[in-house]
Write a protein that binds this ligand. Structure first.
Ligand code: GTP
Ligand code: SPV
Ligand code: MN
Length: 593
């Protein structure tokens, strides 16, 4: 049996499969680390890694009285978000990556990346991080190993995944695992690439230590690689939250929702009902990723592959999301927030306290921009959420009653509308458009098509991805109902028409009443909408005219929209499923009549 280099963590774990050991050896020969550390995921290990990061001042302890066991990490100022222009899907046939991805020939990509990885870990530690996406005992879960030279990545992966010895044991039983190789390199944006090889179940990421670029179990594995596998195997890997909504009568409905990055998934997943709606209860299964499988009962079953939250910090306060606000007051890793004189974390939208040091560690000066980076993040275990649903650990997952698509759109798309059929819903999801956010490095606020919130994350041709959605739908005898929502409509002065956050429950209520058949709806060319009196608005004051605007279908605007959706879909040419074009034509005809 091959042996790895001498490890400072004792030796190679007894349960390490040969395939993993051999791969670690190959990578160590290429990257030439000073030592190899096989992670076991124990508290002792993570505590020691954290202590070493504190010693090197990479991690700053925050106020231990008000924020016990909380730490601040400041990234390189050029490394604060996902880099979509440097993210590639490398398939043998370029067509398989689709016009929706940047593509590179796999051989060329390996050569490029291996040249960067050569000797890059000299003097550093190579960490071997075995992880399981999903409950350890779920048939739907998948395993991977990330090799990284960043201790910050290791402590994040320990929160975000089931990491360590048990995951390694599952690889032994599985045989297959996703190989993720990561190095922060010298953090030069010139030498930063996130490469995916779906046919090889491999990822190579170089030059960034940030979230989605570096925590390879998350977007790289659980979305880009998994969406490729899902299409081959007949399931769905999606950028969705999962929540359980319990009515006052004690009936629970599980709902998944796909909103683009920084468009409200974590907030909806942790919703606290407004007081007038007491008796309702939301529990969180997941806040970012869902793996959906058609079950033998004809329902669609969802698991959350993650074990923690990597959430947007700005905007979190006791009013908007009290759950998250309380949750991140202990045992939390903050990245790129500001700090107060009391050494407490601070961010825009917190509504209390004053920043003295900005996210880059400079004395705070409003002339230099926001105090916290707009994409500053918290990493925290899901179990810290007081409304964490124990069903999240159910190996079978939860059966979905509804799926929501949504985007951040200041005009046109109503507060909520419902698809007439699964295929119509797939068109609705495919046509999602949303204003870009700080979660990726590019201009913010630009409207772009982001089908199913998967534009940056589908590791395959969108035509093939939609075909898979349609074929999954055919397997479901009790499909979830499909809806589209928009919390982000604005008036001419730029103010939001809808209060959002906890008040979104009123929209979920209508959705549940549709699922249970307890309410009728207005049939319009774009789908079913509630009338104003169908929504429970007690105790809510909206601006004059807001509700009418939120529930209106602007015919001329939608004709234009459907033409634009048509142009967008046409980019997918011969791989575009004809059913989508048929649905679009049907909607357009209705709009014109
Ligand atoms: P990712 O983690 O990037 O995938 O983001 P996410 O979809 O989980 O978004 P999140 O819930 O973190 O919200 C992003 C931003 O939108 C935060 O600043 C929130 O305060 C804000 N936000 C969330 N929900 C609402 C809402 O209903 N209305 C308004 N106006 N803003 C919201
Ligand atoms: C997103 O951008 O959708 C996130 C954060 O959830 S990241 O992990 O960077 O992808
Ligand atoms: Mn996300």
């Amino acid at each position: 049996m091959a042996t790895a280099l001498k490890s400072d963590n004792g030796t190679v774990p007894a349960n390490a499969p040969r395939s993993v050991v051999e791969w670690v050896d190959q990578v160590a020969a290429l990257t030439r680390p000073a030592r190899v550390h096989w992670c076991n995921g124990t508290k002792t290990e993570i505590d020691a890694l954290r202590s070493s990061l504190i010693e090197s001042q990479d991690l700053l302890p925050l106020n231990p009285e008000s924020f016990p066991n909380c730490y601040l990490y400041r990234s390189d100022p050029s490394d604060v978000a996902r880099v979509e222009h440097l993210t590639f899907v490398c398939t043998q046939d370029k067509a398989d990556a689709g016009p929706n991805n940047h593509w590179m020939d796999p051989q060329a990509a390996h050569a490029k990346m291996d040249a960067l990885f050569e000797g890059c870990m000299e003097g550093r530690t190579l960490y071997v991080v075995p992880y399981c996406m999903g409950p350890l005992d779920s048939p739907y879960s998948r395993v991977g190993v990330e090799i990284t030279d960043s201790a910050y990545v290791v402590i994040n992966m320990a929160i975000m995944t089931r990491m360590g010895t048990d995951a390694l044991a599952r690889i032994g039983a599985d045989g297959h695992f996703v190989r993720g190789l990561h190095s922060t390199g010298d953090l030069s944006p010139e030498r930063r690439f996130i490469m995916h090889f779906p046919e090889e179940l491999a990822i190579k990421s170089f030059g960034s230590g940030y979230g989605g670029n570096a925590l390879l179990g998350k977007k790289c594995h659980a979305l880009r690689i998994a969406s490729w596998q899902a299409r081959q195997e007949g399931w769905l890997a999606e950028h969705m939250l999962i929540l359980g909504l319990e009515s006052p009568e004690g009936e629970t409905h599980y709902v998944a929702a796909a909103f683009p990055s920084a468009c409200g998934k974590t907030n909806l997943a942790m919703l606290i009902p407004p007081e007038v709606l007491n008796g309702w209860k939301v529990r969180t299964i997941g806040d970012d990723i869902a793996w959906l499988h058609p079950g033998p009962d004809g329902r669609l079953w969802a698991i959350n592959p993650e074990a923690g939250y990597f959430g947007v910090v700005p905007g979190t306060n006791a009013m908007s999301n009290r759950n998250a606000y309380e949750m991140i007051r202990r045992d939390t890793l903050f990245t790129n927030v500001a700090v107060t004189a009391d050494n407490e974390p601070w961010w825009e939208g917190l509504k209390t306290g004053t920043p003295v040091t900005d996210w880059q560690g400079r004395p705070y000066d409003p002339a230099q921009g926001p105090a916290a980076h707009p994409n500053s993040r918290f990493t925290v275990s899901a179990t810290r959420n007081t409304d964490y649903d124990p069903q999240a650990d159910n190996p079978a997952g939860v059966p979905l009653s509804a799926i929501l698509f949504g985007g951040r759109r200041r005009t046109l798309t109503p507060l909520i509308y419902e698809a007439e059929s699964w295929n119509h819903g797939v068109l609705m999801g495919a046509g999602v458009a949303s204003e870009t956010t700080a979660a990726a490095t590019s201009q913010v606020g630009v409207l772009r098509r982001d089908p199913m919130a998967m534009k940056p994350f589908a590791g395959l041709h969108f035509g093939d991805y939609w075909a898979n959605w349609l074929s999954v739908g055919k397997k479901l005898t009790q499909p979830p109902r499909l809806f589209h929502v928009n919390w982000f409509r604005r008036d001419d002065s730029g103010d939001y028409l809808w209060p959002g956050y906890g008040e979104n429950l009123r929209v979920l209520q209508w959705m549940v009443s549709r699922v249970t058949g307890k309410t009728s709806a207005r049939s319009t060319p774009i789908g079913f909408l509630p009338s104003a009196h169908d929504l429970n608005l007690s105790g809510l004051t909206l601006k004059e005219g807001a509700l009418d605007a939120l529930l209106a279908v602007d015919n001329a605007g939608w004709v234009q929209e459907m033409h634009e959706v048509g142009e967008f879909l046409a980019e997918y040419k011969d791989r575009l499923p004809p059913e989508l074009e048929a649905e679009r034509t049907r909607v357009l005809e209705r709009l014109k009549n």
